[in-house]
Design a protein around this ligand. Structure first.
Ligand code: RIB
Length: 309
């Protein structure tokens, strides 16, 4: 197996999740079922997904110097993630996400970013050694955008492939988009980035074209139970999702991104990487929680081999 190094720069949260029959509407109280705490945060979820799928992962992040922060860092170490540059902030608390999940597995998430908000370009400078032998950099948008811009530009100049999961959606500079190898928005994020309502294949293609015109060649739009739409240069195709009974969709997109990076680092084509990512995400959807639901390599690759190769 050819393992290349993947750096994830992003957020770490403790997720507090309540399962309910349906999501509350504004002003409404819904009586929920069980309450559980999970390790989450888009950055950490993607790092854990990449590590469980077989990647050699370094996580650059910031947590609070509190119980949650220390517990999360210990877990990353258990996942064989390099935590040399996973920093503790002395003042701000660890990020927390309040999550409601309904019977269909759909969720609603509110995040108090805490220490994630204090991951600055100076922290990237402290971690500069990590980039010497890295092949891929995976980013999301739960940390300051100036840090995302800074690290993407620096990594691009070093010849590292930069992949952005633009979640939660935000406006992105032309410079950032130009430094990307690929962008992986979900449907809602692709609508915000393109200004196009995605309803069918044609509108998905138009949205992918508009995003690509901003400077990124590979646009992969994740579409939940409809799978993923890929624009790779002049080529367009869809890879269907695996059919599963959804329990909790939290971290499905994160699993997709982490698995996609591992597959790319092992020299799979974009098409194969998306298929592997789809399989990994489908397993995540069938289980509760964020990092608790992310599959291991031996759950994903044998299933893929049976169906594809
Ligand atoms: O993508 C899912 C994640 O979003 C959750 O784990 C939560 O922490 C928020 O960051």
């Amino acid at each position: 197996m050819n393992i290349n190094k993947i750096i994830v720069v992003g957020s770490c949260n403790t997720d507090m999740t309540i399962m309910t029959n349906r999501l509350p509407i504004p002003g409404e109280t819904v009586l929920g079922g069980s309450f559980k705490m999970f390790s989450g945060g888009k950055g950490a979820n993607q790092a854990v997904a990449a590590a469980r799928l077989g990647g050699k992962v370094t996580l650059i992040a910031k947590l609070g110097s509190d119980l949650f922060g220390k517990q999360l860092i210990a877990q990353y170490e258990n996942e064989n993630i390099d935590i040399q540059y996973t920093f503790l902030d002395e003042e701000l608390p660890t990020g927390v996400a309040l999550i409601t999940v309904d019977q269909k597995g759909e969720n609603c998430i509110a995040v108090a970013a805490g220490a994630n908000e204090a991951l600055f370009p100076e922290d990237i400078d402290k971690a500069m050694n990590a980039f010497d032998d890295a092949k891929l950099l995976l980013l999301q948008l739960e940390i300051p955008i100036k840090t995302v811009d800074y690290v993407a530009k620096m990594a691009y100049k070093k010849g590292i492939k930069v992949i952005l999961n633009p979640a939660p959606a935000a406006s992105l500079s032309h410079e950032l988009l130009k430094s990307l190898y690929a962008i992986i928005p979900n449907r809602v994020e692709a609508e915000i980035l393109s200004g196009i309502k995605i309803t069918d294949r044609k509108s998905t293609q138009i949205a992918s074209n508009i995003i690509a015109e901003k400077g990124v060649d590979k646009v992969i739009i994740t579409l939940g139970d409809r799978g993923a739409f890929v624009k790779d240069g002049p080529n367009y195709y869809e890879i269907p999702a695996f059919n599963v009974q959804p329990i909790d969709t939290t971290a499905a997109g994160d699993t997709f991104c982490g698995a996609f990076c591992v597959a790319l680092s092992e020299k799979h084509s974009i098409r194969e990487a998306v298929e592997i990512a789809n399989k990994a995400a489908s397993i995540t959807v069938s289980r509760e929680g964020a990092q608790s639901s992310i599959p291991y390599r031996d759950e994903v690759i044998p299933a893929i081999k049976k169906t594809t190769y």
